[in-house]
Write a protein that binds this ligand. Structure first.
Ligand code: ZN
Length: 468
């Protein structure tokens, strides 16, 4: 299977550019039908209707689906049949969100180790769609889902986009990790067209100071009203526009971001360059949680999509996000540890849409640095909040009490900015931390094109000795 995918990609990359455009459209049409065919319009209409429900109605709906999902997991998968037996627990006792705490947390490692036992006997292999996650750390995860589960997820994603006025026929400039342009290609076009999906797929792997003018020229020519993608890539484009005082020549109406956590400094660059504040949603292939930004800028938990728990984080600030999706009965994940942190906001939102409110997604579990005394400090993105003359930044830690900040400076970056960076860093991690600042032209990205914000190369054994 893996071999075949590899061959297909190799074949694609050898095609002439015109055929690559055609191949993107063929694949785009296939994805379009898989996502938006069949029951999708009804699923979207139902999801939109639930936007107007009260908190009580949505909680009742969530718990009802959760109960059916847990029952099905316990009856049709060897893993959960055994788990409930070992715990001496009746699946019917999981009556709602709160009752989930009777079950253990499911980690990615457990899923990988026990995958065959997690597959429900209620589905034939032909009914299943393979999913794989790229994973910023460790290996990716491979599992199966159903077409309906896939469409329910797309319905919740499109509900959020439609809250902001984006319609399904809107042309989108996509800046993400798909490798649509061969790495060896050294001149434009650094993009391919997916006509049925209304997308200009820009390559995230060719974005450099001397190629970005071509990206801008393509945007100026096609005028897509909607930019979507990784915030680190959109911020690169934004910084280039600002540095070179370029005019896009048209008004972008929407910028939406996904896949990476949005850093405040990236949001500021994007707003300055495009004149709109980037909107975000939080979701993942495992479909165990979804959080969507409303037009008032608040992040609503999509309670009708998954049963989401926010548990205390024993290692520092923020809450661990634990999710139980109830859309994919083929491979049920109960209380899945997503390894992301969030801060919950108890104030609610005046927009009237239901769902608990999250003040911010705090990034990955491992996005912290360790002080000399062993304590951990998270939310390092705060440091860069007002440092808009930094194009991008990354923190690398190899030993407790010392860290390196890799900085790609923008034009006009001066000694004063470095001083500010040092001040802000000291405010976050104290003055004892040894901070090295390293200036680089580009930052390394993962295989999927994502930018890791904090890279920790701490020796786990050494760390344990210090924290004990
Ligand atoms: Zn709201």
């Amino acid at each position: 299977m893996k071999q075949r995918a590899f061959d297909r990609e190799q074949l694609y990359l050898r095609l002439p550019v015109q055929l690559q455009h055609a191949a993107c459209s063929v694949e785009g049409l296939r994805a379009h039908n898989r996502r938006f065919g069949g029951d999708f319009p009804a699923l979207l209409a139902d999801a939109e209707e639930r936007s107007g429900w009260t908190a009580e109605q949505i909680a009742e709906y969530r718990d009802r689906r959760l109960r059916a999902f847990v029952r099905s997991a316990a009856a049709s998968t060897p893993y959960y049949r055994r788990l409930f037996a070992d715990l001496g627990l009746d699946p019917a006792s999981i009556s709602g969100l709160e009752a989930l705490s009777q079950l253990p947390i499911l980690t990615k490692d457990t899923v990988q180790a026990h995958y065959p036992e997690l597959i429900s006997s209620n589905f034939q292999p032909a009914e299943l769609i393979p999913v794989h996650t790229s994973g910023t750390t460790g290996g990716g995860l491979r599992f199966a889902t159903t077409r309906r589960a896939h469409q329910e997820q797309w319905a919740v994603w499109w509900r959020y986009r439609r809250w902001h006025g984006i319609t399904q026929d809107t042309w989108c400039a996509y800046f993400g990790g798909r490798s649509v342009v061969p790495l060896t290609q050294q001149r434009p076009p650094y993009w391919r067209y997916n006509v049925p999906g209304r997308q200009i797929l820009f390559s995230g792997y060719h974005m450099a100071p001397d190629t970005l003018d071509a990206y801008i020229a393509e945007l100026r020519c096609r005028r897509p009203p909607w930019l979507h993608g990784y915030p680190s890539l959109l911020a690169l484009l934004a910084a280039h526009i600002l540095d070179c005082s370029l005019e896009l020549g048209y008004q972008v109406r929407w910028v939406t971001i996904g896949a990476e956590n949005l850093l405040p400094q990236q949001a500021a660059l994007i707003e300055r360059a495009f004149g709109v504040w980037p909107r975000q949603h939080y979701g993942m292939a495992e479909a165990v949680a979804n959080i969507s930004e409303c037009p008032l800028g608040k992040l609503h938990v999509d309670e009708d999509f998954a049963a989401v728990e926010f548990l205390p984080n024993p290692e520092g600030p923020g809450c661990r996000i634990i999710g139980t999706g109830f859309t994919n009965p083929a491979v049920p994940f109960l209380r899945y540890e997503i390894q992301d942190l969030a801060t919950v906001d108890d104030d609610g939102c005046p927009c009237g849409r239901p769902g608990r409110i999250v003040a911010h997604i705090d990034g990955r579990h491992e996005d912290y640095v360790v002080l000399a005394n062993g304590s951990r400090v998270g939310r390092m993105d705060h440091i860069f909040k007002d440092l808009v003359r930094i194009r991008e930044a990354q923190i690398v830690q190899r030993e407790p009490g010392a860290m390196t900040i890799r900085v790609v400076p923008r034009a006009g970056y001066t000694q004063h900015d470095e001083q500010l960076l040092r001040q802000e860093t000291a405010r976050r991690v104290g003055t004892e931390m040894v901070v090295l600042i390293e200036y680089v032209d580009v930052l390394p990205r993962s295989k999927a094109g994502k930018l890791r914000f904090v890279i920790s190369e701490l020796d786990a054994g050494k760390l344990d000795r210090i924290t004990l």
